[in-house]
Design a protein around this ligand. Structure first.
Ligand SMILES: Nc1nc2c(c(=O)[nH]1)N[C@H]1C(S)=C(S)[C@@H](COP(=O)(O)OP(=O)(O)OC[C@H]3O[C@@H](n4cnc5c(=O)[nH]c(N)nc54)[C@H](O)[C@@H]3O)O[C@H]1N2
Ligand SMILES: Nc1nc2c(c(=O)[nH]1)N[C@H]1C(S)=C(S)[C@@H](COP(=O)(O)OP(=O)(O)OC[C@H]3O[C@@H](n4cnc5c(=O)[nH]c(N)nc54)[C@H](O)[C@@H]3O)O[C@H]1N2
Ligand code: SF4
Ligand SMILES: [Mo]
Length: 688
């Protein structure tokens, strides 16, 4: 028997923890602590602990599958590539769209981006960041000139006042939660605002429960109170920002005095006062936020309000401060950095900028050119175009995403995907989306490959191969390269190994320019921006100036607006959705992990005891939840942890899918859907 440890980074959340994979006779059999990572120092959450369990699941895809007469038939790689190449060639550039993946490496996202824009010459590439932090990318870019988390994870422990808003950090970024505990042990005050009394709420010194969708009102109210008391950082505002007067005009309005904010949000005035005082007077103060802020039709407004309060209090560019937008998936930061977005190439270089377009066209050397220098469609817009403009988009290539469970309004998504002429899905399991494909390609998983991923704190870290892929499954970069070669572009995809792809990325991307595998091998890796090979990387952004050309941060006057759908007599409850500690999104991996699955085998809807009583519903009873989009039957969880009038469902479970109910009302700028607020009714199921 041979036994070895392979240090790698976690395939789940954007915290970017490291652990060892335990390999016995060439097969991954367990995990063990890797103590040298400054992020998690050997600790992991349950998903990290059991991250080996799905790897050798008997359900892994092992061969390409081609659908014939409605049934999948196993095929050789050549058969699959030939069919895909022949089909892909038959479409005009903008009839093709690609979805990249926050689950795969930087190199592979870069390659799919190059495939879409170079081989297919299509403008349409996006990925699940659209459903996640699109509001952050747009909002922080407008406020600061750069759309990423401003500080580092270890730095959170330095804070003296942490305001967590719309992030259930202890369940969704547990090892960042650990930094909150460390700060607390050093005397920091913790403020938490969330419609649910979550695991994170239990750690807070001040917990404010409120109705989903009130965030701008709460932040404006706190800012008014801070200004009224003279707690604003006058020097920071004067030297480092502009448009403060415009902000003041809005936040000082009567509408945002604490009495009015209390009416909108349901938070008692005294709590709002305390929050403003603590945050206004305790330095340094950090804000941590995630989906509770971004997944709204006012997602960008919410993000800009968070940026406003941090500029107002001078909490930027310093240790223990910052706007800490906690990015969700292991490599969602990287997929964005790699230009798997419809408006940018790598490093946020704009597609519409002629010099940038020429730079990529020249570097790639496609004899027949690349896509036009025009923005493409966002994934949410792709789905609308598919249903509303039949024939405009005809064919899609989806790598490592499962929109048939993760996108809003699943009946709409089904309709959209059914209207495609040709769909290719590349995954490690036969997901709900893969079931709908014409061709399914089997990919290697994280444990079977190298490459890099970029965590929420912009730390670029390595994956390391621990075992061979099952059956004939291949690494995503190999599949994309081989397909490109079949389509006549072997010269543009000449890679012998994944490191060559990274070097191409570094050459084309200023913020990754100084990185290479040798430097990234170190346990602490490197934070971007890292412009030269001598540069130590940048854990804290905006120290001296912001990333706008004039170096100034921009205040934005933001008015509060209610969600797109508000409760009425027919649909009287606000439904909000999210996650639980034990499961990951559409469950493709965690529901195939024995330990995680046995801990939480199915979904539920959280109902406040008063609402349950009025509806005649008992705990654990199966109830019918209905929105304007659809109906699901789901077990009730009657709990005082959820606010009266609000209900919560995790979206991991296909048998009671929350996204049947959600709707795809979008933020006008970020095109992110309003996953965090829609209206539902809930009924007792009476015997027929
Ligand atoms: N265990 C686990 N961890 C994960 C994931 C997972 O699937 N499972 N997914 C990862 C991904 S991709 C992401 S993006 C992150 C998401 O991380 P989080 O954003 O922390 O997770 P969510 O559960 O979506 O939502 C967080 C909280 O927002 C609250 N909320 C609801 N409505 C509102 C509102 O209107 N305003 C505010 N301020 N809060 C509101 C919810 O009650 C919930 O507690 O987690 C990552 N980590
Ligand atoms: N109602 C509601 N819906 C939501 C949200 C919410 O809060 N509420 N949150 C949204 C957010 S923030 C996000 S990020 C999205 C996530 O949405 P998705 O990204 O669609 O969800 P995942 O289940 O993570 O899908 C990733 C897929 O990649 C596959 N995969 C894993 N590793 C590999 C690999 O190495 N190669 C390949 N080719 N495939 C791989 C997995 O099997 C899985 O099928 O969901 C969104 N949907
Ligand atoms: S906190 Fe996130 S990165 Fe760390 S072990 Fe858990 S899922 Fe993995
Ligand atoms: Mo996400």
């Amino acid at each position: 028997m041979t036994l070895k440890y392979v240090a790698t980074t976690c395939p789940y959340c954007g915290s970017g923890c490291s652990f060892n994979l335990v390999v016995q006779d060439g097969k991954v059999v367990g995990t063990a602590p890797y103590r040298r990572s400054p992020v998690n120092e050997g600790k992991v959450c349950p998903k990290g602990t059991y991250a080996h369990e799905f790897v050798n699941s008997p359900d892994r895809l092992t061969k390409p599958l081609i659908k014939k007469d409605g049934k999948f038939v196993e095929a050789t790689w050549d058969e699959a590539y030939d069919l895909i190449a022949q089909k892909f060639k038959s479409y005009k550039p903008d009839e093709f769209a690609a979805l990249a993946s926050a689950r795969v490496s930087n190199e592979e996202n870069y390659l799919l981006m190059k495939f879409a824009r170079g081989v297919m010459k299509s403008r349409h590439i996006d990925h699940c960041a659209r459903l996640c932090h699109a509001s952050t990318v747009a909002g922080l870019a407008a406020s600061f000139g750069s759309g990423a988390m401003t500080n580092s994870i270890p730095d959170i422990a330095e804070s003296k006042c942490i305001f967590v808003l719309g992030s259930n950090t202890f369940e969704q970024h547990p090892l960042i939660g650990r930094k909150i505990v460390q700060a607390k042990l050093n005397g920091a005050k913790i403020i938490y605002a969330d419609p649910r009394y979550t695991a994170t709420a239990r750690q807070a010194d001040l917990y404010m429960q409120f109705v989903s969708g009130a965030d701008v009102a709460i932040l404006n109210g706190m800012m008014q109170e801070i200004i009224k008391n003279g707690w604003e950082d006058k020097e920071f505002i004067e030297k480092r920002t502009k448009d403060y007067e415009k902000l003041k005009e809005v936040v000082m309005k009567e509408d945002y005095n604490l009495e009015n904010v209390s009416k909108i949000s349901g938070i008692p005035v005294e709590q709002l006062k305390t929050a403003a005082e603590w945050f206004g007077t305790t330095k340094p103060g950090a804000i941590l936020y995630s989906m509770g802020i971004t997944q709204h039709t006012v997602g960008v407004d919410n993000v800009r309000s968070v940026a406003n309060i941090q500029m107002l209090t001078g909490n930027l560019g310093k240790p223990g401060a910052g706007v800490n937008a906690l990015r969700g998936q292991n490599n969602v930061q990287g997929a964005c950095d790699m230009g798997a977005l419809p408006v940018v190439f790598t490093g946020y270089q704009k597609v519409t900028d002629p010099a940038t377009h020429k730079k990529f066209a020249d570097a790639w050397g496609f004899p027949d050119g690349i896509c036009e220098p025009k923005n493409g469609y966002e994934v949410t817009v792709m789905m609308d175009v598919l249903t509303d403009n039949p024939g405009e988009l005809k064919c899609m290539y989806i790598m490592g995403e499962n929109p048939m469970l993760s996108d809003p309004d699943l009946n709409h998504v089904r309709h959209a995907l059914e209207s495609l002429e040709f769909l290719v899905v590349q995954d490690i399991f036969l997901t709900e989306t893969a079931e709908m494909a014409d061709v399914v390609l089997p990919a290697a998983c994280y444990a079977e490959r190298g490459g890099t991923q970029t965590s929420t704190e912009r730390r670029v870290q390595m994956w390391r191969k621990a075992q061979d892929p099952p059956g004939e499954a291949k690494e995503d970069w190999q599949i994309i390269s081989e397909l490109a070669a079949k389509m006549g572009y072997a010269k543009q995809f000449p890679y012998q190994d994944i490191e060559e792809i990274f070097n191409e990325v570094a050459a084309l991307t200023p913020s990754y320019h100084g990185m290479n595998y040798e430097r990234l091998e170190r346990p602490e890796a490197l934070h971007w921006p890292c412009p030269t090979t001598e540069h130590p990387g940048t854990p804290i952004l905006h120290r001296e100036k912001f990333s706008h050309p004039d170096g100034l941060g921009v205040f934005a006057p933001i008015e509060w607006k209610p969600p797109a759908e508000v409760p009425d007599a027919e649909y009287p409850f606000v439904l909000t959705t999210g996650r639980v500690l034990w499961h990951w999104h559409t469950g493709s991996m965690t529901r195939r992990s024995e330990t995680l699955h046995s801990e939480v085998p199915t979904g539920w809807i959280e109902i406040n005891p008063e609402d349950a009583k009025a509806l005649g519903i008992k705990n654990k009873e199966i109830v019918r939840a209905t929105s304007r989009r659809g109906t699901v039957n789901v077990p009730a969880k009657v709990t005082p942890d959820i606010m009266k009038g609000v209900m919560f469902m995790p979206f991991h479970f296909a048998e009671c899918a929350a996204n049947i109910l959600t709707h795809n009302a979008l933020d006008p700028i970020a095109k992110i859907p309003e996953f965090k607020a829609c209206s539902v009714k809930v009924e007792k199921i009476t015997e027929a």
